[in-house]
Design a protein around this ligand. Structure first.
Ligand SMILES: Nc1ncnc2c1ncn2[C@@H]1O[C@H](COP(=O)(O)OP(=O)(O)O)[C@@H](O)[C@H]1O
Ligand SMILES: [Mg+2]
Length: 265
């Protein structure tokens, strides 16, 4: 098992009014259980505000969980010390929707891509160069992009750079939080195909977070359906006979065209 999450909770305290002492609790993640197997593509769907991004941030400790456990490759990451976590973090990469803000605007793409290699490996200049060239080619990124600054890249190119940067660390798990949501349909399709290929070729699991049911149905082996901080159903997308159970899942999936495979009776 690559990752196991047990009874994970994240509560936020929200100030109601500045002069009132009492605070409301927002239960953004409210007792979540799931697992991700090696090499599996798992989807996470649910409407805006249900807690998808909060969950993704918890999984890589960008935020502190209120309660619960997250086991990654057999270790409870919530108990790891800083150095141990750095080693673990390399294997568990995350990419966000806002592809531009993730990149330092004053650095050329080549230097942005070198940074993680400098942080985690001892490589010669030549080794770095060849790894970056190889990976950008594999992601079908034009080599000219390497000498440019983030601002002059298209949305699709930026997201490929983010994927490239994550993949240079050879992660076992890639978490993608709405990474195609702001891209054109054709570019989205090419990124989805890319993720599918990388999953096969690199034996890398993917947690694909999206509110786009269609993208998730195309890509994922299993799909976690989230509602108000809880996982209400896990869809076995590999089983053509699987019928969705929960009324909320039915509602979400009703936006699919009737000829979609997952809707055939
Ligand atoms: N830093 C925060 N402080 C207070 N509430 C937050 C914070 N981050 C998220 N929330 C709340 O947690 C809930 C889940 O948000 P989020 O994880 O961003 O949902 P999603 O990604 O599914 O749209 C929302 O109600 C949101 O307002
Ligand atoms: Mg989100």
């Amino acid at each position: 098992m690559l990752m196991e999450v047990h009874d994970l909770k994240k509560y936020y305290r929200k100030n109601l009014l500045f002069f009132r002492k009492d605070k409301a609790l927002v239960k953004a993640i409210d007792g979540v259980h799931f697992f991700i197997k090696e090499n599996e593509i798992v989807g996470l769907v649910g409407e805006s505000g249900c807690g998808k991004s909060t969950l993704s941030r918890l999984l890589v400790k960008l935020e502190k969980a209120t309660a619960g456990s997250i086991t990654f490759q057999g270790e409870n990451i919530l108990q790891l010390r800083k150095e141990e976590w750095k080693r673990c973090r390399k294997e568990c990469q995350i990419i966000f929707q806002d592809s531009l803000s993730a990149l330092n605007p004053s650095m050329r793409i080549r230097d942005i891509l070198s940074e993680p290699l400098n942080n985690h490996y001892r490589l010669t200049k030549e080794e770095k160069r060849s790894r970056i060239t190889e990976m950008t080619a594999s992601l079908k990124l034009n080599r000219k992009v390497l000498d440019k600054f983030p601002k002059s890249l298209s949305g699709g190119e930026l997201q490929r750079v983010n994927i490239c940067r994550a993949l240079l660390l050879e992660p076992k798990l890639l978490i993608c939080d709405e990474i195609v949501s702001s891209l054109d349909v054709s570019i989205e399709a090419s990124i989805l195909a890319l993720l599918k290929r990388l999953n096969r070729e690199l034996n890398m699991a993917i947690l694909f977070i999206s509110h786009d049911i269609r993208a998730v149905s195309y890509l994922c082996d299993r799909v976690l359906v989230m509602k108000k901080g809880k996982i209400v159903e896990v869809i076995d997308n590999k089983n053509p006979l699987y019928k969705v159970n929960h009324p909320y899942t039915k509602k979400l999936f009703s936006s699919l065209p009737i000829n979609h495979p997952s809707k055939r009776e």
